[in-house]
Design a protein around this ligand. Structure first.
Ligand code: IMP
Length: 424
């Protein structure tokens, strides 16, 4: 029995989908605690590729129960469409997939507001347009609609009417669009969709408690990454939830005293989609190598990811904020073929060298990376199964990352498939 959290240790897209799929073979219950359909977890099993946005990646393991916690903003359209795709592929999660009644619902107007707000922003965040910010905004403003509210025939029409009225006011007064939202259409569509959704609703905190009592193993599936956290990320270029391990307790209803370990999923280099500071970003041949060999394209938006060298300041920051017990180092095979590999060990800022990550965008934008250089390798490592069989320079790189980030590497991922994983 173990209770583990898997979090993204950089700016998201670290390969969590694959690692969670791998770890969930040992888990009885996999739970998501935050974010929404902005996540894009890619899992490759044999010749099939699954991209999941709303449903936890654990669902691909037939013996695992998956749950969406109260901290998630629930996109019912995305949920239904993924459910449909899974069922067509022969995976039927009925009876082992649940949604917390206390999760807030992403309504169609949240997506419209996301787009309208982003279009008006001078400094664009580069959001995914999945309605994440506006849905969390309503939650914090205490006017949001939860799953349990949609299922309440008396309350739902009242709260939806109030919201439509308020949002129409915003559209008219701020964005100059009169009578944008139609109550009847929104109501009918949501009620129809929840006919499908309602059988999956279950109290996730109670489900977790039952699992703990029955000595089951639980895995919490993080979405996005540490530097996109609303509190600890590169604000304001962040998402609207707590993507760090602390968010798991408030987002699912498990007590902090029950967590055994936290595994940080970290790419062997760094990527970011959307805007915001990125000290080790590369605009040269090495950057092109990482982008093309790593197929660095966003799973949710299809945007090209920005690429750069591994950043030890981020690794240590992430370790501190999340309390990382170990690392899953992903996509190390992508570095193959490069003569030299650089690792950022400090930031030059106003004549000083910073050795701790400053989570302030305005400072980060003015920082210059200080690098140490390691030798690369030419061998293709994607079929290697044992740690000892990795080329010496790969092992040296991993040792270096362990030393500099002060976290032991537990898993080394050398390709997208389940079986391209080495347990160190
Ligand atoms: P939002 O979450 O759609 O509001 O987007 C806020 C920022 O987080 C943008 O820069 C997005 O590109 C980024 N983002 C959101 N979800 C993910 C993810 O799953 N992976 C990587 N970046 C993400």
């Amino acid at each position: 029995m173990s209770v583990r959290i898997a979090v993204g240790a950089q700016w998201g897209d670290e390969g969590k989908g694959k690692i969670i799929d791998l770890l969930s073979s040992e888990a009885d219950l996999v739970v998501r605690s935050q974010g929404g359909a902005n996540a894009g977890h890619t899992v490759k099993i044999s010749d099939k590729k699954f991209i999941l946005h709303m449903i936890p990646s654990g669902v691909l393991n037939k013996n695992t129960v998956s749950a969406i916690g109260n901290g998630v903003v629930f996109d019912y359209d995305s949920f239904i469409s993924e459910l449909d795709t899974l069922k067509k592929t022969g995976i039927n999660p009925d009876g082992r997939l649940f949604i917390s009644p206390y999760a807030h619902v992403v309504m169609p107007y949240h997506k419209e507001l996301d787009r309208a707000a982003e279009n008006c922003r001078k400094n664009k965040i580069g959001t995914t347009f999945k309605g994440i910010g506006p849905a969390y905004q309503d939650k914090i403003s205490r006017c949001g609609i939860r799953v349990v509210d949609v299922l309440d025939a008396e309350y739902f029409p009242v709260v939806l009417k109030n919201n439509i009225e308020a949002k129409n006011h915003i559209f008219e007064k701020i964005y100059g669009e009169k009578n944008k939202l139609d109550y009847d259409k929104t109501y009918k569509n949501c009620i129809e969709k929840f006919e499908i959704v309602k059988k999956y609703v279950k109290d996730v905190s109670l489900l977790i408690e039952e699992s703990l009592e029955n000595k089951k193993s639980i895995l919490f599936e993080g979405a996005q990454g540490t530097l996109l956290d609303i509190d600890y990320g590169t604000y304001p270029y962040v998402t609207s939830s707590n993507t760090t391990s602390g968010g798991v307790c408030t987002g699912t209803g498990i007590s902090p005293t029950k967590i055994d370990s936290v595994i940080g999923v970290m790419k062997a280099y760094t990527t970011r989609v959307g805007n915001g500071p990125f000290v080790t970003e590369l605009n040269d041949e090495a950057g092109k190598h990482l982008q093309s060999v790593g197929c660095e394209v966003g799973a949710t938006t299809g945007r090209q990811r920005r690429c750069g060298w591994f950043d030890a300041l981020i690794a240590r920051y992430s370790s501190r904020i999340n309390g990382l017990s170990s690392l899953a180092l992903t996509k190390i095979d992508v570095l193959g073929g490069l003569d030299k590999i650089k690792v950022c060990v400090g930031y030059k800022y106003k004549g000083n060298i910073l050795t701790e990550f400053p989570p302030v965008s305005n400072i980060l934008e003015k920082c210059e990376p200080v690098y140490e250089e390691l030798d690369g390798w030419k061998e293709d490592i994607s079929d290697i199964k044992e740690y000892k069989d990795l080329p010496e320079n790969v092992r040296k790189y991993i040792d270096y990352i362990e030393k500099i980030s002060k976290v032991p590497v537990e898993i080394v991922s050398v390709g997208p498939e389940r079986n391209q994983s080495i347990f160190k």
